[in-house]
Ligand binder design. Structure first.
Ligand SMILES: [Zn+2]
Length: 264
């Protein structure tokens, strides 16, 4: 499995038995994990043989790649005849992407994708066909107060986040999460949407269906929390008519809004 644009690792490597190759332009020594093959490389020229990879993961990376069409052609070259491709990208027309680009002065997003546009690009440039697509929702995690290390790498406008008192910052992010979801429930809009996750496969590939979309996403760790599971575990509370939940993965307190029927 290839993690393309791996950063600090874009999925839980320890959950998989297969061989994993992780590629990025720069990989910090401290982020390297045992048993993973790391390669520092440009994604437009992947240093792997033709038809040598079973699965490629592009998790929140394709929006950062200049000439992403060339990256898709490289992916097509290295994938085996029976293979899958995971792509997660922001909706280039969403409120979330506009806010992120505003705060982070572009934030390295050089591509704006639409759902139909990306599907057409992948299907035209590779042998793969769409198997499934799910909506991804935002937690506005990028508005969280930065660490000292993050702050040093932030552009000028984003540095404002460091000067907001932590309590005000936390309350602001909670309010934004709740407000966008309430608007979406009332108006049938998608202001809380981040983008989509796509699963593509070669002909004849059979995979288990993806989990449904998670409307509530943790503002601390960015993980989606399935509403049904939160309720079964008793993690949803109501205070003065407002909903809250404790993240199943990091215990952070978040605002909870029951998903509209269109989200499930
Ligand atoms: Zn969390």
């Amino acid at each position: 499995m290839l993690d393309l644009g791996c950063g600090r690792g874009s999925f839980h490597y320890e959950l998989y038995q297969c061989g994993i190759v992780a590629i990025d332009l720069n990989i910090n020594r401290g982020d390297r994990r045992a048993g993973i093959s790391y390669i520092c490389s440009d994604s437009k020229h992947i240093p792997l043989a033709d038809r040598s990879v079973d699965a490629v993961v592009c998790h929140h990376t394709l929006e950062h790649f200049e000439n992403y069409q060339q990256v898709l052609r490289e992916i097509a070259r290295i994938l085996k005849d029976r293979a899958v491709l995971w792509i997660a990208v922001p909706n280039g027309r969403s409120f979330d992407d506009a806010l992120y680009r505003l705060v982070f002065e572009g934030g390295g997003h050089v591509n704006r994708f639409t759902r139909t546009g990306l599907i057409a690009d992948v299907e035209n440039m590779t042998r793969l066909r769409l198997i499934e697509c799910v909506d991804l929702f935002s937690s506005f995690i990028y508005l969280k107060r930065p660490t000292e290390e993050q702050y040093r790498g932030f552009p000028r406008t984003a540095r404002v986040l460091m000067h907001i008192p932590p309590e005000v910052n936390t309350a602001g992010v909670l309010t934004l999460n709740a407000a966008t979801r309430i608007i979406d429930k009332v108006a049938g809009s998608r202001t809380s949407q981040y983008g989509w996750a796509f699963l593509f496969g070669t002909e004849g590939i059979r995979v288990n269906p993806l989990d449904g979309p998670c409307f509530n996403v943790c503002s601390n760790c960015g993980t989606g929390n399935a509403s049904a599971e939160l309720k079964v575990r008793g993690l949803v509370k109501s205070v003065l008519g407002l909903g809250f939940y404790k993240c199943m993965f990091c215990d952070q307190l978040n605002s909870f809004v029951k998903p509209p029927r269109s989200v499930g």
